[in-house]
Design a protein around this ligand. Structure first.
Ligand code: PGA
Length: 248
């Protein structure tokens, strides 16, 4: 049985003092959940968040990383650096990074490899635009993104990979994919994983849905056959709302 994973993506929100107080309030609300709870926080909040979340069931992740270990890359943070302070997860290839920061399938693949070789668990995002959905190429787009992200990743390494299906038109817009549509897209991604790695890996891989997940739609989304949890943006900034999603 695949575990359920609920990951918050704070994006460029939360000052360190806000991160600390969020985690302090959030901890008692999620302490008994069987689901895995991850908060992906801005770089500046990582250390504070790790300290505050020590001895809790809350895991901390970053939202991006560079693929090189070190060197002349002003402003970048490497996988080795994240690992050194105790970060366990890292979001790779979020659509906002693809859209605004020139992230490509190639850099997504390089970052995925670097994350895994540093012992981090990548949460790799794929998703189609509204135009692609409307012209019927959504499935082709997301399965291609999946294949390219995973190029050169071994079957053993796949045990540490999480995928997230995030239709771009549903992110931050209040429009959620219907649970049926989201489940079908995730099935298509799972079939691609089966084609690449076999049935066992496809049955085990965690695939999240992201895009306007809220307390009121979480339960329906998470009780489908193939959606293993959520990657939650806006709603992860509110302690009450996010704890309800975790218990959904
Ligand atoms: P949203 O963002 O929940 O605010 O739509 C999801 C995401 O971008 O990961």
């Amino acid at each position: 049985m695949r575990r359920k994973v609920i990951a918050g993506n704070w994006k460029m929100n939360m000052l360190p003092n806000e991160a600390i107080s969020f985690i302090e309030q959030f901890t008692p609300l999620v302490k008994d959940t069987k689901n895995e709870v991850i908060l992906c926080v801005p770089y500046i909040d990582l250390f504070y968040s790790l300290l505050t979340a020590q001895n809790t069931n809350i895991k901390i992740g970053a939202q991006n990383m560079h693929w090189e270990e070190k060197g002349a890359y002003t402003g970048e943070v490497s996988g080795q650096m994240l690992k050194a302070i105790g970060v366990e997860y890292v979001i790779i290839g979020h659509s906002e990074r693809r859209q605004y920061f020139a992230e490509t399938d190639e850099t997504v693949n390089k970052k995925t490899k670097a994350a895994l070789s540093n012992g981090l668990n990548p949460i790799i995002c794929v998703g189609e635009t509204l135009e692609q959905r409307e012209n019927g190429t959504a499935e082709e787009v997301i399965t291609k993104q999946t294949k390219l992200a995973l190029e050169g990743i071994s079957k053993e390494q796949m045990e540490n990979v999480i995928l997230a299906y995030e239709p771009i038109w549903a992110i931050g817009t209040g429009k959620t994919a219907t649970s049926e549509d989201a489940n079908n897209s995730i099935k298509a991604i799972r079939n691609k994983v089966e084609e690449l790695y076999g049935k066992e890996t496809a049955d085990e891989i965690i695939i999240l849905y992201g895009g306007s997940v809220k307390a009121e739609n979480a339960k329906e989304l998470f009780s489908t056959t193939d959606i293993d949890g959520g990657l939650v943006g806006g709603a992860s900034l509110k302690v009450d709302e996010f704890s309800k999603i975790v218990s959904a």
